[in-house]
Each structure stands twice: as C-alpha cells, then as structure tokens.
Design a protein around this ligand. Structure first.
Ligand code: PLP
Length: 365
C-alpha cells in the first residue's frame, strides 16, 4: 500500500532525540532543547515569541484562552478544518460560528464572513487548509473594521508565505502542529507564535499548570500542555531540514498537477496572488459523483487516500454549541463529498506518483 503519509525520521533526528534523552530532558517545560527549538522556530516564522505545546490542539486551546475574551463570545472559524479549531472555541466557553468554504481555494470564504459579524463577535480563526494561504488582506480589513482578534491555525502550513511574509506571522497569534503527518514532526507537539508579550506570558502560564512564583500558589486554572525535551529535539532536528522538505513537497504537487491537468473531473485548489502554497498534502476534488468509486479503485490497487474534513457546521458534537442562525455550509459539504488527499509523504518516489496518476487516468477514461 502507498500510504497517504508516513513520517520521515532521519539518522540525525534519532541522534538529536538520544542526546536529549541522555541529558535527562524527558519531561518538564524548560529543558535546554525546548528553549532552542522555541527560539529557532520564532526566528523561522519571524515573530518575537514561540511557545511549545503538547499538540496543535492544545496550542489552539491556550491561544484562544490567551485572548482573554468574555465567556460566550462568538468566534468565527473555517468550516472545513480539523475539529481541533472548533474544540478550542468550545472548551474556552465561546461560541463557534463556522463559515462556508470558497470552492476555488477551499479556504474560508472571506466574502461570507462579514454577514455573520455582530456585537458578540470577538475573533476569527482562519485555517491555511493543506498549506494554501488564506486571503489575509480581507481578514485584516475585518479585524480593523470590527476590532477583532485573529488566530491563524497554521497546523498545515509551516513555511507557507503570502506577499513574501511568513504564514503564522500575519495575525495576533498563530498555532502550528507537529503531529507525525505534518511538514515537521516532533511526534506529538505544537507551537504558539505571537509578537504580543502578554499573550506569550499567558500561554506559558496556562500550559504549565499555572505555575508562578511563589511556586505552588496558583492564581489561574492551568493545564499540563507541555512538550518534552525529547519531542523538542526531534522538532529542532527536523526544522534544520525544513527548506529541503518544502522543496520536496512542492515538487510532489507539481508532478501530480502536471500529470492530472488534462482530466476535466479532477480539480486542484486555486491560490491567492503572491502566495506560496507548501502543499502539506496534495488535495483534489473529484467531480461527477465519482469520488467513492475512484477511492475504492485506488485502494484496491494499493493506494491509500484520505477524505477532506466534514463541515464543522454539521458535526454532531458541535450541534448544541452552534447557533441555529448560522447558514448551511454548502461548499464545505461539496468539499467533503468530492475532496481527497493523495499520498504525499516527504519521501514518496516519482514512480509512485506516476503509478497513482496512471491509475486515476485509467479510471477516468
Ligand atoms: C488545521 C488543523 N488544526 C489543528 C490540528 C490539530 O493538531 P494536532 O493533531 O497536533 O493536535 C490539525 C491536525 O492535526 C489540523 O490539520
């Protein structure tokens, strides 16, 4: 089976983890390697601060908390995203307002946001879906007009750019994931990035059980969302290779695109002007009600695929938190019905991509 993704752990990665292990950096928050990883990641994104967390999900959880919004605030989210984006809103006692997707970029439809803004709206969480940057110009316009906070969920977009600026540095706070299938991995892990000192301090406090001085006197209800030194060592080692990884990711997407470009039922996402899509995973839309048959055919021939996300608007676990007034997300529903990711491992071979493309071409004949 050609997997959708498998992590690439190099010899250098293993040495880096072993070094942290030998140094006893196995738990706790403030090992040497964690500090270096945070510093280097902040430098990479170009922001002042970066704070490691135990996952992308917990990064989002503390990022929303750091905004200090009144309970019951409405937070606009992308409807086509991992459930983690919505969970961060709900677990913080806020109301998620999922907005439909744009059928060209597959990102949040920025034209549909303003109609959902009211006095209770305090923030927007945008997701750079599959590594394709959101139109942040329009988001920044809404931020200024309505005095909103913006979080970028950049879990899928390490190294992506818009107008030559790094994704993850275009908002108040951004969150990254280092889950095994991401551009960079630390096993499990996440990062919160910001230029705001008080958000940074709040994130550090919340993720570390609310420990302050004097120790064991706690003023805030915190969590243990810490990354370990061993995980940071893996993340740091992978970060050193990020340029090479991104070149490979873009090469994978180019090959898929050039091979499948003449198939009228296969559609790739459109990109914003002056953006750098890093193609975390190569997604396609399969038109003509053919997705299920094609995915069965691919699996039968040894090719694994993954569906796109099911719209947050219709998630059973979110139903009671989403106000009835929130419009149906017809485009996200289409993406769910038509969208798949194709295998995009960092070390997938050209001949494997060609094999997959030939299967798709044969199926579409
Ligand atoms: C857009 C998005 N947000 C958040 C997450 C959650 O990250 P993690 O799995 O590290 O908790 C993911 C994926 O895993 C994601 O794709």
């Amino acid at each position: 089976m050609i997997p959708v993704f498998k992590p690439l752990i190099s010899k250098k990665d293993k040495i880096s983890v072993l070094r942290a292990l030998n140094n006893g950096e196995i738990s706790g928050n403030f090992g040497k390697t964690i500090n270096i990883f945070e510093k280097k990641f902040a430098q990479y994104i170009g922001c002042k601060y970066a704070s490691t967390t135990s996952s992308g999900t917990t990064a989002l959880q503390v990022a929303v908390a750091a905004l200090n919004l009144n309970k019951g605030s409405e937070i606009i989210i992308s409807s086509c995203t991992n459930i983690a984006t919505a969970l961060a809103v709900v677990h913080n006692g806020h109301i998620p307002i999922p907005i439909d997707s744009d059928l060209d970029s597959w990102n949040i439809d920025v034209k549909k946001i303003e109609a959902q803004i009211n006095k209770k709206t305090k923030a927007i969480i945008v997701v750079h879906f599959l590594g394709n940057p959101v139109n942040m110009k329009k988001i920044t316009y809404l931020k200024k007009k309505y005095n909103l906070k913006i979080i970028e969920d950049a879990a899928e977009a390490h190294g992506a750019k818009l107008n030559n600026k790094m994704i993850g540095n275009l908002s108040d706070i951004s969150c990254f994931s280092f889950y095994a299938n991401k551009v960079l991995t630390s096993g499990e892990g996440g990062m919160v990035c910001t230029n705001n000192t008080s958000y940074f301090k709040k994130v550090n406090l919340l993720k570390n059980l609310g420990f302050e001085k004097p120790r064991f006197i706690h003023n805030v209800l915190g969590f243990n969302f810490r990354m370990s030194g061993m995980q940071a060592a893996l993340g740091l080692s992978q970060l050193k290779e990020v340029k090479k990884i991104l070149i490979k990711k873009i090469k994978i997407a180019k090959l898929y695109k050039s091979e499948l470009k003449n198939l009228k039922n296969i559609i790739f996402a459109k990109e914003e002007k002056n953006s750098k899509n890093i193609y975390w995973q190569v997604g396609i839309r399969i038109k003509g009600n053919l997705k299920n048959k094609l995915t069965k055919y691919l699996k039968k021939n040894g090719v694994d695929i993954r569906d796109f996300f099911y719209s947050m608007r219709n998630q059973p676990c979110l139903k009671k938190f989403i106000p009835k007034k929130v419009p149906e997300t017809y485009n996200s529903n289409i993406l769910w019905e038509e969208g798949i990711y194709l295998p995009s491992s960092h070390d997938i071979k050209d001949k494997e991509i060609l094999y997959i493309c030939n299967l798709i071409k044969k199926f579409m004949k």
